[in-house]
Structure formats: C-alpha cells, structure tokens
Design a protein around this ligand. Structure first.
Ligand code: GMT
Length: 388
C-alpha cells in the first residue's frame, strides 16, 4: 500500500509512534511517506520504502498567524497526487485530522472516488483530553474525527475519554502503542552507570518527558526526595520543557539539588534507561504512557500515577506500581520497596519486560494497522462492505 503518515516532529509520544509505524510499515514492504515540518525526532537514516516530505508554511507580513493547516493540507494533496496514496494516516487529531479531511475534499474534485485516499486518524491523548476538548477547538476536532474514514485510539481509556469529551458517535478502534523489541531491551553500560551513580550502592531513579505541566515533574522530585531519605539514590531528568526549571528549583529548595541531574533532550535514551533502577511518572493524565513502556522494555520497574491508560500498560503489583494521583507517599513507599528488595526488583523488572514482549512489540501491533488500512481500502471499492 502507499501510505502517507502525518505527525509532529517535536519530542513527544505521538511523533515517536508515527515515526516507528512509518519505519515498520516500510520494512514490511509498503511505500511510506512521512509528512512533517522537519524530519521527526527518531527518524533515522535512509530506509528503503520510506521518504520524508517537509511541510513548509511560508510567512507573509499580513499574517500574524502561521497557516499550518492550509500548507499541510496542500502538501497532503501534492504527495497523494505524486505517489497515489491509498491511506493518509493523521497522528494527533489537532489539527492533522482536519488537514487530512480538507486534503481529501480537495482531491475529491479531481480524483475518481475509488482513488481518493482513506483518512485514518489516531488519537494520542492530549489532542482529546487537553487541547481537542477545549471549547476553542472542540467543534472542529469532533467534526474531523467524525469525518475520518477510520479512527483509532492508543488505549481503551482514551477511547472512553473521547466519547465523554466530544460529541462523536463513530466507532473508534483501540490499537495500542508499540516498540521495536529488537532495539528496546536492556543493554549493559557499566561505565555510564559509574558516571552517574556516585557509589556502587547508589540507585538511579529516572524520569523522561517533555516537562509540560501535565507531567507534574515537581511531584517526581517530591517522590524522589522521599525515596532518597531512605535509600542512597540519584534522580536523572531526561528531556526539556516549560517545567524543568521549576523541578530543579524544587530540588534545590528541598536540599537535594546535588542528587538531581538534568541531562536535557536525548536522542538515545536506551543506554540511560539501561542504567536505571526505577522510573517515576507522576502525570496528571497519560492516555498510554509510551515513556513508561520504553522503561519497562529496558527492564526498569515503573512507579506511576494511576491515571488514564497507564493501567493498560502497568499491572499494579506485578509489572510496576500505580498509585492515586496525590499519593506521593505511596509512590515513594513502592519505590523504596523496589530499591531495597533485590528479589522484588528482579521479579518486577522481568514481568515488565515480559509484558512488553508479549503485548507491545511492533510485530504484534503493526499488522493491526495494516489490517485496518486494508479494510478501509476494500470498503471504498464499489460494493465494498462498510468497516465496523
Ligand atoms: O503529552 C505528551 O507526552 C505528548 C503526547 C504526544 O502526543 O506526543 O503524548 C500522548 O501520546 C503518547 C503516544 O500515544 C502517549 O503515550 C501519552 O500518554 C500521551 N500523553 C498524554 O496523554 C498526556
């Protein structure tokens, strides 16, 4: 199939999933076209079957506002015409589903119905729970979801949130996020570990995010402070964003500034996850928690807030621990138990990586997208059955 994948290039789960899907589909023999403002984070070197198309939004003195939806729709039309796309897959509804809808409408004026690509929208989380449900966007987002030919959500929780937050009635298929399990596994980095752990006994606690308010990174620091009061430990903060400064200030004001190290944005997080003993995620909302999944794949037990789709990823008490949003004491107690009890730690780490291997590897999940594409394309043919 010829597949166009639209995503954000910035650091964020939706861009990572879209890029990994593009790479996996290309490897499986599809002709894949990635459309974004720049080559996305984690878009690697040349790969046969995968090409990148830059969406350029020219400035004009009259416009104070960038016209991204228009330039993206325009690019989708051009790429569809040049490469006869069968599918346009928009990752993150705002505004990608709207641009894909507009592109399909434009194409419908000149392309025979059977050759108009099917539009698939994948909902990732904040495009519904935070941004898409905001009254400034909700009508357009709901319309664009309703008019997509196929809609997927990355968790059951997000599917339910979508029906709750927006006036949509159409079927939403749940296809979870996934990882390339050949790459995502724990690897050995003794020298790197020595660099961050100041003594052999010191435990490394890690947090990876884009440091937006929804991640509640100050709570990560507060949970870590409670852990560090009982177990020698250091906190590695990976990523950057608006709340990083506040998190570091909190650490200083709590007298643990020297125990918290900020490493900024990192392209290669696997070596860092591989030296970690515990992953903390205290988000306000998390439709899936791809960062938690990556930690689990690297055999790092996760302690997180019990919100959104995290229950579909972490099995409390088996592959990690989930606590009520404000139960920072509970999160710290679980962290301390894991760090103090090597047998519990080994058991939880093994369960975490087994969960990933059994449920979230690309070879299990990507065929579900392929099957969905196939159903949508078949349904568009004259006499094709509608997709349930
Ligand atoms: O909020 C983020 O971390 C970024 C955002 C995105 O779309 O890039 O993440 C959302 O999508 C990820 C990939 O599907 C999910 O793993 C995250 O849980 C989700 N974030 C939230 O729901 C807050």
């Amino acid at each position: 199939m010829n597949v166009g994948i639209v995503c954000y290039a910035s650091v964020g789960g939706s861009g990572i999933v879209a890029t990994e899907l593009a790479k996996a589909l290309a490897m499986r023999g599809h002709d894949v076209h990635l459309l974004s403002t720049e080559p996305p984070f984690r878009y690697a070197d040349y790969q046969p079957g995968l090409s990148f198309h830059r969406v350029h939004t020219p400035a004009y003195p009259l416009f104070r506002e960038p016209q991204y939806v228009l330039s993206l729709a325009n690019k989708i039309v051009q790429v569809t015409r040049s490469f006869s796309l069968d599918i346009i897959h928009a990752h993150y509804a705002v505004p990608h589903a709207t641009a894909a809808y507009l592109a399909r409408q434009i194409l419908s004026t000149s392309v025979p119905p059977a050759r108009i690509p099917r539009v698939v929208t994948t909902l990732h989380g904040t495009d519904i729970t935070l941004v898409g449900s905001d009254r400034s966007y909700s009508e357009t987002v709901a319309f664009s979801i309703e008019r997509s030919d196929g809609v997927t959500a990355v968790s059951e929780s997000l599917r339910a949130d979508t029906y709750r937050a927006l006036q949509v009635e159409r079927d939403i298929r749940v296809i979870p996020n996934f990882l390339d399990c050949r790459v995502h596994r724990r690897t050995s980095h003794p020298t790197l570990r020595q660099r961050y752990a100041r003594t052999p006994a010191e435990k490394l606690v890690i947090h990876v995010s884009n440091f937006r308010p929804v991640k509640r990174v100050e709570a990560v620091v507060q949970v870590f402070a409670r852990i560090a009061a009982s177990v020698p430990a250091r906190l590695l903060l990976i990523g950057d964003g608006p709340d990083l400064g506040k998190a570091l200030e909190t650490a200083h004001s709590m007298g643990i500034g020297d125990d918290v190290e900020s490493l900024g944005e990192q392209d290669q997080i696997l070596p860092l996850l591989s030296i970690a003993d515990l992953f903390l995620l205290t988000s306000q909302q998390e439709s899936f928690g791809l960062a938690a999944l990556e930690a689990m794949a690297a055999g790092v037990p996760v302690v997180a807030s019990d919100v959104g789709g995290l229950r579909e990823v972490v099995d409390h008490g088996r592959s990690g621990y989930l606590h009520a949003l404000n139960d920072l004491d509970g999160m710290a107690a679980s962290g301390v138990s894991l760090l103090r009890d090597p047998a519990l730690h080994a058991r939880t780490a093994a369960e975490a990586s087994r969960t990933v291997q059994e449920r979230f590897c690309a070879e299990l999940v990507v065929p579900r997208y392929e099957a969905f594409y196939g159903e949508l394309v078949a349904a568009a043919k004259p006499g094709g059955a509608p997709v349930e």
